[in-house]
Design a protein around this ligand. Structure first.
Ligand code: ZN
Length: 564
């Protein structure tokens, strides 16, 4: 493709609402254009990248025996009422009426539609198992669309749905799709880790998210080289038995001892004042919840994870104010502790194994030493703390990694949640009518393009992984006319027979061509300059590592294969 014949509107500046590298680079390289908030147009370069992602996903699903369908994006309310999700889904569901006043939604997901379809045709155990998939545009009325195509209101998803005769079969389908997703990530050159996840509005009982580690990610993931991984909101680390049994974790309980701590409130301050490590403290946080006041206990060197907390004390819970703390504990803010406190206590699991701890005395300027469970307080033990990098893996005990991640895929074991409601049943061998067991599996196709860029760029621009690049080779003539340009034309014609080639034939300076080439990030670049014309050479450059090799013009066809 000639640069002058395609449309690649590269930009120096981007709108201020673009803050993440992938969003900025997709706009600057002319891959996408914003039409309205959270709604993007894919321009030729972007569409080529998108097509590559789709192709890999489609081919590998076909290879696995999944059946491609295309369901409508516009779905009737009646269908969504059968599952109960018309009411459940809330404001994120785009709802509209036709001219007769009938209500519809623009689907964010297709469990209802596919279950209705499958229920119509699957009648017998002989028709099972089946996995259907589609690659299609989805809609979600995001309250705050952001990060370009990463969190848009219209986006492209691959969604697949498995149908099986029993739970065992459904587990097998789940495992097949799980393995397929790993294969797809590898083929896309996308670094991704599967982690345990919550099921959310889709429902079901078993769920994994495929997370692409990236600083742009909105979620925190915790993972281990052994394969174990979980989102921070579900993650826990091993409470090492050895550590729990040995000093200072398992000392003989000593008698409670009140110590004067005038004006020191935070764990950090009290720890310095008493010359005791932060891990010997119990942090006591008082919350006002829907059921009244409650306290949350975590070790002094730990922090309570906001998502885990919300799941325990409720979305609407808030920290108690100073006046409330005085009323509940009898002491001012900064001097609360579990000993003698008469409200419901939720403690992180690690607290159970600690002994002779320090916490507030529930009175001004005093703390208590040697607090022990269960002698001095009652609590419900739960997974509350934020898991940190280096904590031991719950499976193998090795150090865990913590990273931010972009959710690029999600797998759910649904069971019969939808098939029961939509009456999708089959007759088993014994002639009994049973609901079909289901699973559903999504991949964010448009989001993957952004995730790939977020994992592969530098300060100059995108560095496309070879397998996913919109073009494999870019040809640049350093001057826009003369022998270098003529030779470039010749090489372009020859290479185009075998490769996807972008030929920068614009009448602009070499500097602009090089800058744009770095920005667009085609993996291999052939540069023809006036000097090379005299020696009969050109340069082949690799975008990823900057490796440059001078190559005789008549050897380009042979040499280029070393680079692609
Ligand atoms: Zn591990």
């Amino acid at each position: 493709m000639r640069f002058t014949k395609t449309l690649i509107p590269t930009m120096k500046e981007v709108p201020s609402d673009a803050v993440t590298p992938s969003h900025i680079l997709m706009l600057r390289s002319g891959m996408i254009r914003k039409l309205a908030s959270g709604i993007y147009e894919w321009l030729p370069l972007g569409k080529k990248a998108l097509n590559k992602v789709e192709k890999v996903i489609r081919e590998l699903h076909d290879e696995e025996g999944c059946l491609e369908v295309l369901l409508p994006a516009l779905l009737p309310k009646s269908l969504w009422e059968l599952s109960g999700r018309w009411a459940e889904y809330g404001a994120e569901l785009v709802r509209l009426k036709d001219r007769q006043g009938r209500e519809f939604c623009l689907a964010p997901t297709h469990e209802e539609a596919i279950t209705e379809l499958a229920g119509n045709y699957i009648k017998s155990y002989k028709d099972l198992p089946k996995i259907f998939y589609q690659i299609q545009t989805k809609y979600r009325d995001e309250i705050r669309p952001r990060f370009g195509v990463m969190r848009a209101r219209e986006f492209i998803m691959k969604d697949a749905y498995s149908f099986d005769a029993d739970g065992k079969g459904a587990e097998l389908s789940y495992d097949r799709m799980f393995a397929l997703y790993k294969k797809i990530c590898a083929a896309l050159s996308l670094k991704a880790v599967p982690v345990l996840a919550k099921t959310g509005l889709i429902g079901g009982t078993k769920s994994h998210e495929f997370m692409a580690p990236s600083d742009e990610g909105e979620e925190e993931l915790v993972y281990c080289r052994c394969g174990w991984g979980a989102n921070q909101e579900l993650a826990h680390s091993k409470i090492s038995a050895a550590k729990a049994e040995s000093a200072p974790w398992r000392e003989d309980p000593r008698p409670l001892e009140e110590v004067s701590t005038p004006g020191v409130r935070t764990v950090e301050e009290v720890s310095a004042f008493l010359k005791m490590p932060e891990e010997k403290f119990i942090k006591t946080l008082i919350y006002r919840t829907a059921e009244g006041f409650a306290c949350v206990l975590v070790r002094g060197d730990h922090s309570a994870d906001p998502a885990k907390l919300r799941a325990i004390i409720g979305e609407d819970a808030r920290l108690a104010d100073e006046k409330e703390i005085e009323e509940i504990t009898g002491g001012p803010l900064g001097f609360s502790g579990p000993a003698g406190l008469k409200i419901k206590a939720y403690a992180d699991n690690t607290i159970k194994y600690c002994s002779n701890m320090v916490s507030g005395a529930n009175k001004k300027d005093a703390h208590i030493k040697n607090i022990n469970y269960p002698r001095d307080f009652e609590a419900e033990f739960m997974n509350i703390r934020t898991v940190k990098a280096g904590d031991p893996c719950p499976e193998c005990g090795k150090a865990l990694d913590v990273a931010r991640g972009i959710e690029i895929g999600h797998t759910f074991y649904l069971g019969t949640k939808y098939s029961e409601k939509l009456k999708a049943s089959f007759t088993d061998k014994a002639g009994k009518d049973l609901p079909i067991e289901m699973g559903c599996y999504g991949i964010g196709v448009s989001r993957i393009v952004a995730a790939l860029i977020s994992q592969n760029h530098d300060d100059k621009g995108i560095i496309w992984p070879r397998a996913m690049a919109p073009y494999q080779i870019e040809i640049i003539a350093a001057s826009s006319n003369g022998p270098a340009m003529e030779k470039a034309e010749e090489i372009y014609e020859a290479l185009s027979k075998k490769y996807e080639v972008l030929f920068d034939d614009r009448d602009v300076s070499a500097g602009i061509k090089f800058k744009d080439a770095d920005l667009i990030g085609i993996p291999v670049r052939i540069v023809l300059g006036p000097r090379g014309m005299k020696t009969g050479e050109c340069e082949i450059q690799s975008r990823a590592d900057g490796k440059t090799e001078a190559v005789k013009l008549d050897k380009i066809l042979e040499k280029i294969s070393d680079f692609t």
